[in-house]
Design a binder for this molecule. Structure first.
Ligand SMILES: Cc1cc2nc3c(=O)[nH]c(=O)nc-3n(C[C@H](O)[C@H](O)[C@H](O)COP(=O)(O)O)c2cc1C
Length: 163
């Protein structure tokens, strides 16, 4: 059983990656110790419009094969990044059927705190994923409290995402 942490940030290894991996670890823990794999979409950014590219196809397969996909993205212009959308556009209809997904976004402003629910959730549902828990929005100024923020979110979300 695998949790895939998909990072939709053009700048890899930033706060969004830390948030995604922290959520991924909490989800894996709630499920009794699933393996966690992190996928930085920045690594295939230049190939996303090369339809059928084998590197992109390999990542699509890895994501679709996961039991749970934690989709972690910075907030850009009040919504998710073009990088994330360009990757997910490579899926066919219902490309995430059979997966559960968790919408996670990081942003600088509380004005966009509903973005995981009103923007990212519909995209994941359109791809056929089941999204049983609340999404999570993390202010980038609250990284010092990240463990506590994720633990509080996981109290409710964990049982919904458990096997
Ligand atoms: C091009 C761009 C657009 C942004 N737009 C928003 C925005 O609309 N709302 C917001 O809260 N933060 C916005 N931000 C801030 C980023 O969401 C925030 O700095 C990022 O999530 C931090 O994660 P990182 O360190 O992993 O990049 C924007 C940042 C950039 C670079």
């Amino acid at each position: 059983m695998t949790v895939a942490v998909l990072i939709g940030n053009p700048s890899p290894g930033g706060r969004t990656t830390t948030v995604g991996q922290t959520v991924g670890a909490a989800v894996a823990d709630a499920r009794g110790g699933d393996a966690v794999v992190t996928i930085e979409l920045a690594s295939v950014a230049s190939r996303l419009f090369d339809w059928g590219n084998t590197d992109v196809a390999a990542l699509l397969g890895q994501v679709a094969a996961a039991d749970i996909v934690v989709v972690a993205c910075p907030t850009y212009k009040a919504t998710f990044t073009g990088l994330l959308k360009a990757f997910l556009d490579n899926f066919g209809n219902d490309g995430l059927a059979g997966c559960m997904a968790v919408p996670v976004m990081v942003g600088a402003s509380l004005h966009h705190a509903l973005a995981p629910e009103v923007h990212l959730r519909p995209l994941l549902v359109e791809l056929g994923a089941s999204v049983p828990s609340r999404g999570l929005y993390v202010l980038d100024s609250t990284m010092d409290s990240l463990d506590q923020i994720v633990a509080e979110w996981a109290e409710t979300a964990g049982p919904l995402l458990a096997r």
